[in-house]
Write a protein that binds this ligand. Structure first.
Ligand SMILES: *[C@@H]1O[C@H](CO)[C@@H](O)[C@H](O)[C@H]1NC(C)=O
Ligand SMILES: *[C@@H]1O[C@H](CO)[C@@H](O)[C@H](O)[C@H]1NC(C)=O
Ligand SMILES: *[C@@H]1O[C@H](CO)[C@@H](O)[C@H](O)[C@H]1NC(C)=O
Ligand SMILES: *[C@@H]1O[C@H](CO)[C@@H](O)[C@H](O)[C@H]1NC(C)=O
Ligand SMILES: *[C@@H]1O[C@H](CO)[C@@H](O)[C@H](O)[C@H]1NC(C)=O
Length: 483
């Protein structure tokens, strides 16, 4: 009896564990962008994804090296076509066919294959700030890509979709039930969602509570998170206690009105940045993710779409050469730092446990050297132009009001800028000149919460090494054949 009892307890425990694993295994994805001066080597990234149980990844292009690195990993992949390529796909079905052959079907065979599930056609191509530049080519490109997938015999499993910003729909009253697609693109959106529906492809939407707060000083802060007291009431006694759900269900209403009420929705991007703005910090990011991950693990869904939600967190790493047009926070969306270290505790199982994600393994750092403003420099008015120069060619988005290095004095700010430029240029001695005002030091120049980083060896540079090793292996192979 005692034994049997023990066994029952054990199996109940493992059933719970299995269910928890299955839940997050089913859903959690991340965006993997590579707009970094020193990107991590793809093999290190794939190991990181596996170590953290991440099962899905969304890319922004179809870079052969990156996609190949996912072969045999069991990770589901969305490859993508950048906006500036859309015209080619719209104008030529043959181009779409060639692209699918080289960037999709080829990978399905290599090394046990890459598990490609989606092709993202463009990236937020209807963003109002693009002034309509991509309105014409996007839908024809979508059709050509899906047709090419179908003709290659993979259209049942691999779907073309358009990752869209939530600004493609709106609600005049701010309640979801008044939602509809944006006036200037409504007819186009109707055609697109019907096409997606006919092809059993998902609607991919990027939802950013952070931007609600950033763009509107009067936005109630607690509504951006998942545990706040602020609620809004919609028709039919539907209540919303967070803007993520309200935003998502504004889309659900828009789809209902378009006659495709059951179109699958995939959340292509959601996250919170940690620097570059007063609301972008580790504390608020952790609060946001704690709420989001709990909600996702419980398969709570939204009032209009309860249940599982396919979701891709934004983003995997900080990327120091992204455009800062949206704001300085744009380079700080990573759940990991530039070097693959986790920034704060995060529990993908949604149980709110205080544990760190597994860090990237095998990352090679440059030497422990920093470039700072020489303490002999007394004339600060000569320093300004050097700081501007350093910042214009590196990344100073952690400087400024409310940021991690915003409290530095003038001399330390100059040192910060000098160091960023120095690290960006792989610590070359010439990159610490600054008209004789720069000085290389070996004592950690970081100040309080302001990190003066040491760059890593770029994974992209190691490609050169990688191919040399491949050549050597190839030569060895031919020797063996000769013997
Ligand atoms: C495949 O994708 C890569 C990276 O996005 C691109 O450079 C290349 O031109 C594509 N191949 C074809 C045949 O279009
Ligand atoms: C869109 O138009 C605005 C105002 O006319 C302009 O400042 C901006 O550069 C344009 N953006 C693009 C991507 O063309
Ligand atoms: C209102 O709620 C009822 C009961 O839950 C449901 O059957 C009905 O479809 C809802 N109406 C709308 C417009 O959502
Ligand atoms: C300080 O630097 C400025 C700008 O380079 C220069 O015009 C000025 O003469 C310098 N002042 C002194 C005291 O050297
Ligand atoms: C420098 O100091 C900062 C803050 O104390 C620390 O986080 C960082 O790891 C140090 N860097 C190195 C290379 O030791």
């Amino acid at each position: 009896m005692a034994r049997a009892g023990g066994f029952l307890v054990v199996s109940a425990v493992s059933a719970v564990v299995i269910m928890v694993l299955a839940n997050h295994a089913q859903g959690l994805g991340v965006n993997w962008g590579t707009m970094a001066s020193h990107p991590l080597h793809p093999s290190i990234v794939v190991k990181l994804l596996k170590d953290n149980g991440i099962k899905k990844v969304k890319l922004f292009d179809a870079d052969d090296w990156t996609v190949s690195s996912l072969a045999g990993s069991g990770i589901e992949v969305m490859v993508a076509i950048p906006n500036d390529q859309l015209n080619k796909f719209a104008n030529s079905y043959n181009h779409a066919k060639d692209w699918v052959k080289e960037n999709v079907t080829k990978h399905l065979r290599d090394n046990g294959g890459v598990d490609i599930r989606y092709v993202g056609v463009g990236n937020e191509p209807f963003l109002a700030s693009y002034n309509g530049s991509f309105i014409k080519p996007t839908f024809p490109a979508l059709k050509n890509v899906q047709k090419a997938l179908n003709e290659a015999g993979v259209g049942d499993k691999i779907k073309a979709t358009i990752p869209l910003n939530a600004d493609v729909y709106e609600s005049s009253s701010n309640t979801p039930s008044d939602g509809n697609f944006r006036n200037d693109i409504r007819d186009l959106m109707l055609q697109i969602v019907r096409f997606l529906n006919d092809n059993k492809s998902p609607f991919t939407v990027n939802i950013y509570p952070f931007l609600s707060l950033y763009e509107n000083a009067n936005f109630p802060q607690e509504f951006a998170f998942f545990d706040g007291s602020k609620t809004i009431n919609d028709k039919n006694n539907t209540r919303y206690d967070n803007v993520f759900d309200a935003n998502h269900d504004t889309l659900v209403w828009s789809l209902k009105k378009a006659g495709v009420p059951d179109l699958k929705i995939l959340v292509g991007e959601v996250g919170w940045p940690t620097d570059g703005n007063k609301n972008a910090n580790v504390g608020l990011a952790k609060k946001f993710y704690d709420g989001l991950l709990k909600k996702l693990a419980k398969n709570k869904g939204t009032p209009l779409r309860p249940g599982h939600m396919e979701t891709y967190l934004f983003s995997l790493f900080d990327e120091d050469i992204k455009s800062v047009a949206p704001g300085h926070f744009e380079r700080h969306w990573g759940i990991f730092r530039y070097d693959g270290l986790p920034k704060f505790s995060m529990d993908f199982t949604g149980q709110g446990q205080d544990k760190m994600l597994v860090a990237a393994k095998g990352v090679q750092y440059l030497e422990k050297k920093w470039c700072v403003l020489d303490s002999d420099v007394k004339n600060m008015s000569a320093v300004g132009p050097e700081v501007n120069y350093a910042c214009s060619l590196s990344d100073c988005t952690s400087l400024g009001p409310g940021t991690s290095c915003g409290e530095l004095g003038d001399r330390e700010t100059a040192s910060y800028a000098f160091n960023m430029y120095f690290q960006m240029n792989d610590q070359s001695v010439e990159a610490c000149g600054f008209s004789g005002m720069g000085k290389i030091v070996t004592q950690n120049a970081s100040r309080g919460n302001c990190l003066f980083p040491i760059q890593i060896e770029s994974g992209a540079e190691r490609l050169g090494l990688g191919s040399a090793v491949m050549v050597a292996a190839g030569a060895l192979l031919s020797l063996l054949v000769l013997m």
